[in-house]
Design a protein around this ligand. Structure first.
Ligand SMILES: [Zn+2]
Length: 269
């Protein structure tokens, strides 16, 4: 799937999950915590495509997320693509096809995305403020790219960076300052897994099970059968799926935000 669909699916998943957590386990989050978690999950849902590099010199091609910080992130994507291809080549069996590009390999596996979640959980837990600020800043910038793609493209990376910096400052001022926020790691990890599910709806699928061999292959791509697979960037993705994700996000968001809002105006529900 394309960047905006991934970002929207991440946002929808976090809001729906938060609504379920509130309903079943009475796990309350403040509106700011909800907004930050949603942004982190939307940004996390773009992260696996950091293996889709473009042309660094001409600043063209590549995934939405690879353009987050202009040529700098395009270069990072180039490096991640090459590392992913290296991991593919080292671990592939005779039955896995030869590849010349690392897209949809290592960053599209369950171990990678669980590792991202766990890694950032630990980072935000142990290193507190500096880590939280860095994670917030980078992820806000990615989320802006994903959710407001056209605006971000027109505005350019300098404006996107400035807005992300502003959002980071605001979030940090508004969030209670006595904690390390490991939940940011959970949101990023969940976003990554939502990304895999999204790509599994397309005909190519994802090698989610790596490094567990299936039928003598290490990198078997798992996805829905071809006749019902969604075409990347096609009408079903752009109109049907994005509308569905938007409605889920809207419904869950209304459920979550309505109650505190009504309570503020002394309306009991
Ligand atoms: Zn992908």
């Amino acid at each position: 799937m394309m960047g905006p669909s991934h970002a929207l699916s991440g946002a929808a998943a976090w809001l729906a999950g938060s609504l379920a957590a509130e309903h079943f386990w009475h796990f309350h989050q403040t509106p700011v915590q909800l907004a930050v978690g949603t942004a982190m999950c939307a940004g996390g849902a773009l992260l696996p495509d950091l293996d889709l590099s473009g042309r660094v010199v001409t600043n063209q091609g590549g995934a939405t997320v690879a353009h987050t910080f202009g040529v700098v992130s395009l270069f990072v994507a180039e490096v991640i693509e090459k590392i992913s291809l290296g991991i593919y080549d080292i671990t592939r069996t005779r039955h896995d096809p030869r590849r010349r590009n690392g897209h949809r390999t290592f960053t599209h596996t369950l171990p990678f995305n669980l590792g991202v979640g766990f890694g950032f959980f630990e980072l935000c837990w142990h290193f507190g403020k500096p880590a939280v600020l860095a994670v917030l800043f980078v992820t806000f910038a990615m989320t802006l790219r994903g959710l407001f793609e056209k605006w971000a493209h027109r505005a350019g990376w300098v404006i996107v960076t400035l807005v992300a910096a502003g959002a980071t400052y605001g979030a940090y001022r508004l969030l209670p300052g006595d904690r390390g926020y490991p939940v940011l790691g959970i949101a990023l990890g969940v976003g990554g897994i939502v990304h895999l599910l999204g790509d599994m709806l397309t005909s190519h699928g994802c090698p989610v099970l790596w490094p567990i061999p299936t039928g003598r292959r290490m990198w078997r791509c798992i996805g829905v059968p071809d006749p019902i697979a969604v075409t990347v960037g096609g009408k079903v993705e752009v109109f049907v799926l994005r509308t569905l994700f938007f409605l889920i996000a809207l419904g869950a968001g209304t459920g979550l935000f309505a109650r505190p809002l009504l309570r503020r105006y002394n309306i009991e529900v």
